[in-house]
Design a protein around this ligand. Structure first.
Ligand SMILES: [Zn+2]
Length: 496
């Protein structure tokens, strides 16, 4: 080999891996930023910790069936568990007491559809809003680590971790998406079959199907999971139809939207010109669909507030952002390229090229009809007694972690659910579905509780009158909750 050839070979041999490494580091850094990892950790200044064992006195306790309150009770909390419930005088005077001030004691709320990404401060936002359990719908190995730190005393809600969604893509796109969106990309039946026990072994609580899982691999996953202990949840893949769902082992749908989209596919897709046909089809089919779900014991997560936000995000994103608690949104996530919130990166905004003619009227009509279809479907699910799990898709724009839970509960009440049933969708039902001893105030249940000034069984808006949160037994006062919020706000500002 002559001298020049050898030099060129050496040069390329160094430069190609080096530029690969640089490209990797640049992308990795951008990912850390857009998933909220580079925002400083919040450092809240909290009051003294409550004792391991104390008597919470003078509270109105939500009955075990969730349908009423019993007044002037005391709850003995020890080592993170409800040890006893009764009248104060029966407990003697040796146990430290916390006065509940006659307020309403209800189970801590569960948001059954959240995305934590790498934004650890979100854990504090959930607690500050009375959300003591979340179901993470795109869990990564670092969330398994977070769960360890929580059980060792860190602050945050209990985490139910659904493994990152299974998806099918062409080879190169699959590699890219595995890296950037951390999806579980499966390219063959055998890979799908092998992935499920691997995820279970890592410690995840459920397996998730994505919209982009092929029908073939969806049916394979469903089959592979039939004899495992953990559920298949999530989306109904776009290639699949409701008949596939009925024959699957799927135990939950991550959105009412999955049903609405499946019904739209039955009429060849929903376009603006087909608004009346679409709504008529939803009306004609909804009861039969709800009956099937009920018969198969498939739960449905609501995410209705998100659907209601679409029209606003399409038409006037700045106003939509101004209506939510944007100060608490992780700035990295808000500016991120994947699921960013701000103009320019928001996935819901209308591109400038489409803003022609009477686009505002067309978009408003289309998305209002879409939202109507969701309420129609939800009414049928409710009427047929399908298990509803209140969930928000938190961290997806414009669902602010923790705060969005209250918007969802209001949206469910506005859609016709009684306050009692809305509260159940955020407490008893998710507790039952996850097979956790949460969501009920009963002996042996986790002491994950909230104190409200107003009665949520009269109007679910009462969840906004939050005064205290008890997480794994630790009592957080209103001042503590405000300190959590302030610390997150400061951290977000420091990230700028
Ligand atoms: Zn989601």
């Amino acid at each position: 080999m002559n001298k020049w050839l050898r030099r060129t070979a050496i040069f390329l041999g160094v430069m190609i891996p080096l530029s690969g490494l640089i490209a990797y580091l640049v992308v990795d850094n951008a990912l850390a930023r857009m998933y909220g990892e580079t925002t400083p950790l919040a450092k809240p200044q909290l009051g003294a910790e409550s004792p391991d064992k104390y008597l919470l006195t003078n509270v109105q306790v939500l009955s075990a069936d969730g349908r009423g309150f019993e007044s002037d009770l005391s709850v003995l909390i020890a080592d993170g568990t409800i040890e006893s419930i009764g009248h104060a005088q029966t407990f003697g005077n040796s146990i430290p007491r916390v006065d509940g001030g006659g307020q309403y004691l209800v189970p801590g709320l569960t948001d059954s559809h959240v995305h934590l990404w790498r934004s650890r401060n979100d854990l504090l936002l959930y607690l500050a809003n009375g959300v003591t359990q979340v179901r993470e719908m795109h869990a990564q190995p670092h969330h398994l680590n977070w769960r360890e730190t929580l059980s060792a005393g860190a602050l945050g809600p209990d985490l139910y971790l659904v493994a990152a969604q299974l998806a099918t893509y062409p080879f190169w796109e699959g590699l890219w998406r595995t890296f950037t969106t951390e999806r579980q990309v499966v390219g063959s039946r055998s890979a799908t079959r092998a992935r499920i026990p691997a995820l279970i072994a890592q410690g995840y609580d459920a397996i998730k199907a994505s919209s982009f899982l092929s029908r073939e691999h969806y049916l394979t996953a469903s089959d592979a999971i039939s004899d495992s202990q953990i559920p298949l949840v999530g989306h109904l893949p776009l290639e699949a139809n409701l008949a596939d769902l009925w024959s699957s082992n799927q135990r939950e749908l991550a959105h009412v939207e999955e049903l609405v989209k499946a019904l739209a596919r039955e009429i060849g897709g929903y376009t603006g010109a087909k608004q009346n046909e679409f709504l008529a089809h939803v009306r004609a089919r909804r009861q039969a669909v709800a009956k099937q779900l009920r018969a198969r014991d498939i739960a449905v997560t609501t995410t209705i507030a998100l659907v209601h936000s679409f029209a606003g995000q399409k038409l006037d994103l700045q106003s939509a952002l101004a209506q939510v608690e944007f100060n608490y949104v992780n700035p990295g996530v808000a500016r991120g390229q994947a699921m960013g919130w701000l103009p320019g990166v928001n996935p819901y905004q209308v591109p400038a090229s489409r803003k022609v003619g009477d686009w505002q009227r067309r978009y408003a009509d289309y998305w209002d009809t879409y939202a109507k279809a969701h309420v129609l479907m939800l009414e049928a699910l409710y009427a047929e007694g399908v298990m509803l799990l209140a969930g928000t898709d938190a961290s997806v724009p414009v669902m602010v972690p923790g705060f969005s839970m209250h918007s969802e509960l209001l949206a469910l009440q506005a859609a016709g659910l009684s306050p009692t049933d809305v509260l159940a969708a955020a407490t008893r039902s998710p507790g039952h579905w996850m097979n956790w001893n949460t969501g009920k105030i009963a002996v042996g249940y986790r002491a994950n509780l909230i104190l409200l000034r107003d009665n949520p069984l009269e109007d679910i808006a009462a969840t906004a009158s939050l005064e205290s949160v008890i997480i794994r037994g630790r009592f957080l006062t209103r001042q503590d909750l405000d300190a959590l919020l302030l610390a997150v706000e400061h951290a977000n500002r420091a990230a700028d």
